[in-house]
Write a protein that binds this ligand. Sequence first.
Ligand code: SF4
Length: 223
Amino acid sequence: MTTAEDLPWDATPFLPTEPEPSLDRLKDAAAQCQGCDLFQLGTQTVFGEGPPNALVMFVGEQPGDQEDRAGKPFVGPAGRVLDEALDEVGIDRSRVYVTNAVKHFKWTGKGKRRIHSKPNAREIRACRPWLEAELEDVEPRVVVVLGATAAQALLGASFRVTQQRGKPLEQTGLAPYVVATVHPASILRAPDPETRESESRAFVDDLRTVKHLLENDRGEHRR
Ligand code: SF4
């Protein structure tokens, strides 16, 4: 068993050394990552997925239980909420790249169940080189930050999704536009059907902003 002191707490040593590696090459390399303690907990690295020329990149927190087993991001219940919202606003899912700030599933055991556990700042920081490599490769026109962990990874610890959600952010150095919103899993955790419905509507409204940005983007606004 590797101890915390043995770990680099940085994914950089596991990144391919050649310049401009493809997404497939990055995915293969990430499968071997031992940059932080989470490689011992998750079943496998769950790398991002989507076309290399995707116009929009969605960044969530970490893979969930189903994603961990499947090795694919956003294939569980939260992924279905995202798919439905994309469908509703008319964003073509096949043009979208989806990934997470942290590429391994962090969980604690409760009986036979594996309960999601929030990654800490050290784990988020350690995994960021993979996200940076994905951003460099895909060069999306819009990055959609889903929830507080992704916001912490990409926009800093002081960023508050609750205050800035749905507003197009420029000059972030990530993409021409960044839009932050809630993680779709938070909609599933709503305490009652009415709240779930209103949160779902607000999420769809945020994605409408993304759709509008994509429609009006002429590509001249480089990051
Ligand atoms: S969570 Fe990220 S940094 Fe940690 S082992 Fe997995 S891929 Fe590497």
